[in-house]
Design a protein around this ligand. Structure first.
Ligand code: 4AD
Length: 467
């Protein structure tokens, strides 16, 4: 009871986590610890177990003597335990406190020979095959906590800038990016009764998809709330087996009214990303231990230096790429998409850090981007970062009614389908802009993790959906 009062917050009666226990640095305190055995060493008169509850990268050493020793004899790696005991100053190296256990309760046994998470190092493919357990490894657990703290940081940043967090639909009738890489949504079984209304492909009376981006819905909200953002799952049926693509990923998207410069939009992106990296969390530091030092140095420079991130236009980028055409498998050409090798070269070699590439040809970009005065390019950007490539993309949105209708026509989209979107321009349309940033790619860039598949708990990609 005393321990519960000592550690718990006023609004919760939950027992303390190992992180709280270690942070409190108290001794001679009775405490209850719930967690899993990471490793256990048994000797004749004493046993030592390393216990984790996933609340931080730190573990607690539990020491079993006397009565507790007999109970510890049956514990194995992976077992789920409740331990009652007393915190004491540790005499062993590596930790300040240890738990001297009085009472052991095994809440869940673990058949150690069959347990997928053995102590030896486990390769990435093996862990992907066991993604129901892979959060028990240090790196995936650290990544999950990093996701959580990064989300919190992003929310704090946007709240500090007076943005309102909005929820947008997951089921939608539009493919905002126009790439045709959507998943369709239909009920799983056709209706069976004779009074059945619509056939199952027609549940909503029109085609329905899982959202590829919240942007168009956010634009509608920005036309009222001025500044809105969301952090939402997105779904893309891209047949890309790369270290950057998932079929289900999370995107931070922000949209706001009363902006008429792409530079303003890039400043918000830069501000948000820098803000979450300014005070690196313990988990980030854990992940940095496995990061290539050169890469880590470049990352820190990008975030810690006061120099704003570089900006070049697409046209300048293509000129630079053409000067070095022998470095590429495919030469860059004005009007073509930049290939991954081009994006990497721009960020890693030409700039040596993050770079906003702006003003792409209109023909390469979705219909909603604002046409520049040259009539050929649009007011947009892609943010490229070393080792990851494209991290975010955004633009000013076309607020001029006739030009928007024209863009829809050129994209082969029917105006009636987008009538609600077009209407936003008719009734008090404001100049506005926004961006989307891939959350798993951000985690990858921050942490040095090699593949976005290890930046989400249960990844989905073409050909793979476990659980
Ligand atoms: O560049 P994209 O396609 O832009 C949009 O969807 C805009 N509507 C966003 C907006 O302006 N509100 O996607 C934005 C970001 C990319 O830069 C990338 O980081 C991430 O989303 N992304 C993916 N991440 C993982 N797997 C995929 N398949 C991704 N596709 C895009």
């Amino acid at each position: 009871m005393f321990a519960r009062r000592l550690f718990s917050t006023s609004s919760s009666s939950l027992p303390p986590t190992i992180r709280q226990i270690l942070a409190s640095n108290t001794h001679s305190t009775p405490v209850q610890v719930n967690g899993w055995i990471k490793s256990i060493r048994k000797q004749a008169k004493v046993a030592f177990a390393v216990v984790t509850d996933g609340s931080s990268s730190q573990t607690l050493q539990a020491v079993f003597t006397k009565d507790a020793l007999a109970e510890a004899k049956n514990l194995t790696n992976g077992a789920c335990v409740r331990l009652n005991g007393t915190l004491a100053k540790s005499i062993g190296p590596g930790q300040d406190v240890e738990l001297q256990v009085d009472k052991v309760e095994c809440l869940g046994e673990c058949t150690s020979e069959e347990y997928p998470i053995q102590k030896k190092s486990l390769n990435t493919d093996y862990l992907r095959d066991h993604c129901n357990f892979r959060a028990r490894t240090d790196s995936i657990a650290a990544m999950l906590r990093l996701r959580s703290s990064t989300l919190r940081g992003l929310q704090q940043y946007f709240e500090s800038q007076e943005f309102c967090y909005a929820h947008t639909p997951i089921i939608t009738s539009n493919d905002s990016e126009g790439g045709g890489e959507t998943f369709s949504v239909t009920p799983s079984a056709p209706a069976t009764s004779s009074t059945a209304p619509a056939p199952h492909s027609d549940f909503f009376g029109r085609p329905a998809y899982l959202t590829v981006s919240s942007q168009l819905h956010l634009e509608a909200l920005a036309a009222s709330i001025s500044r809105v953002y969301t952090i939402s799952p997105c779904f893309r049926a891209e047949r890309s087996q790369t270290s950057r693509h998932l079929s289900e990923f999370w995107m931070l998207e922000a949209e706001w009214a009363f902006t008429n410069s792409v530079e303003d939009v890039t400043r918000v992106v830069e501000g948000a990303v820098r803000s979450v990296m300014q005070a690196p969390s313990v988990d980030l530091q854990v992940l940095w231990k496995d990061m290539d030092p050169v890469r880590l140095e470049a990352l820190r420079r990008a975030v810690e230096s006061d120099v704003p991130w570089a900006r070049i236009t697409y046209t300048q980028a293509v000129e630079e790429l053409q000067k070095h055409s022998s470095s590429f498998k495919v030469a860059a050409k004005w009007g073509d998409s930049l290939r991954s090798e081009h994006e990497q070269w721009l960020a890693e070699r030409l700039i040596g850090g993050p770079v906003f590439v702006t003003d792409y040809p209109a023909s390469m970009k979705p219909f909603y981007m604002r046409l520049n005065d040259d009539g050929k390019t649009v007011a947009c950007f892609d943010l490229l970062v070393p080792h990851v490539g494209e991290l975010a993309g955004g633009s000013l949105r076309e607020e001029r009614l006739e030009l928007l209708k024209d863009a829809l026509r050129k994209a082969g989209l029917r105006e009636e389908e987008y009538a609600w979107y077009v209407e936003l321009r008719k009734f008090g349309g404001a100049p506005h802009g926004g961006f989307g940033l891939g959350f798993e790619r951000l985690i990858r860039w921050m942490s040095g993790i090699e593949n976005v598949r290890e930046c989400i708990a249960m990844p989905r990609w073409e050909g793979r959906m476990l659980l």
